[in-house]
Design a protein around this ligand. Structure first.
Ligand SMILES: N[C@@H](CCC(=O)N[C@@H](CS)C(=O)NCC(=O)O)C(=O)O
Length: 281
């Protein structure tokens, strides 16, 4: 399998009509559900490529992402980069990948010809909503409502960043106190804002219809359930799990919203199998 570089231009898509957006990621990744849930709601074709996180060190990170043999890896030694967030081994990223994705992260989305890279899962989801805008108004219907949705997505990214450090620390088996405290504060602030928004608007986070804000909320809240894989570590270090019984009492509307949307036909195919694999508490 050739490694694409400046000297080996990437081949055109075999069938450009196949998908309107390609996403490369470790799997499962609740952050890519933002795009796949939006795609179900507004009829956009999305292609997802990837593998479990521990296998992505053996993949070529490229528009044409694919698993590499040891021989491919030896030939691609010049593409090896030290990982920054969430990976511990070196990763093989092509020049084109880094041109399209200057922060070098996954999920990494591409336009069908591979020329436009879209990064940050909220923005990947926005792409889907824009592509399918005629089928479902997931991204507001004027400058004000779209920007109101952006407000929630930005606030969610602030939470998601602290949540990411927390889950990665738990996965690494060592949780510094400051990371726990930051994640707890970020969670409480994000849940309080979500609760307050639902109190004001009724059934959905923004105005009166299902929007990207609700999709983002479900994906980030579900991802935070990864905490449940590490309850023993938390308790051994005298940290109370952040997702505890008090969540339903403190933010009842937010929790109810999450549970209701988990059963929604566009959400269930992603969310239900993921939650089923996690311990209940
Ligand atoms: N906020 C970003 C998170 C992206 C991110 O940080 N991805 C990490 C994995 S969790 C990554 O790709 N790291 C690659 C590296 O460290 O080289 C999103 O929602 O898409």
């Amino acid at each position: 399998m050739p490694v694409h570089s400046r000297h080996h231009p990437r081949p055109p898509l075999a069938d450009p009509a196949m998908s309107e957006l390609r996403i490369f990621s470790y799997l499962p990744n609740p952050r890519i559900w933002k795009a796949t849930i939006a795609a179900r709601l507004c009829g956009v074709k999305v292609e997802v490529r990837g593998a479990p996180a521990n296998e992505l060190a053996d993949w070529l990170w490229d528009f044409d992402a694919h698993p590499m043999t040891d021989q491919d890896k030896a030939a691609a030694a010049d593409l090896a980069h030290g990982a920054k967030t969430g990976f511990t081994t070196q990763l093989f990223k092509t020049e084109e990948f880094l041109e399209a994705h200057p922060f070098g992260t996954v999920p990494a989305a591409f336009s069908p010809d591979g020329r436009v890279g879209i990064y940050e899962s909220n923005s990947i989801m926005r792409t889907v909503a824009r592509l399918g805008a005629d089928n479902a108004p997931l991204y507001g219907d004027d400058a004000y409502s779209a920007s109101r949705i952006d407000s929630y997505l930005d606030a969610s990214l602030v939470f998601a960043r602290d949540a990411q450090f927390y889950i990665l620390a738990l996965r690494a088996g060592s949780l510094p106190r400051d990371i726990y405290i930051r994640a707890k504060q970020a969670f409480e602030s994000w849940m309080s804002g979500t609760e307050r928004a639902l109190m004001t608007t009724g059934d959905y986070i923004v105005a009166d219809g299902l929007s990207l804000a609700d999709i983002c909320f479900v994906a980030e809240f579900a991802l935070f359930h990864n905490e449940r894989l590490h309850t023993d570590l938390l308790l051994a270090n005298e940290f109370e799990p952040i997702l505890n019984a008090a969540v339903a009492e403190t933010w009842p509307r937010a929790l109810d919203h999450f549970q209701r949307l988990c059963r929604h036909r566009a959400f269930a195919p992603d969310v239900e199998p993921f939650l089923k694999l996690l311990p209940n508490k």
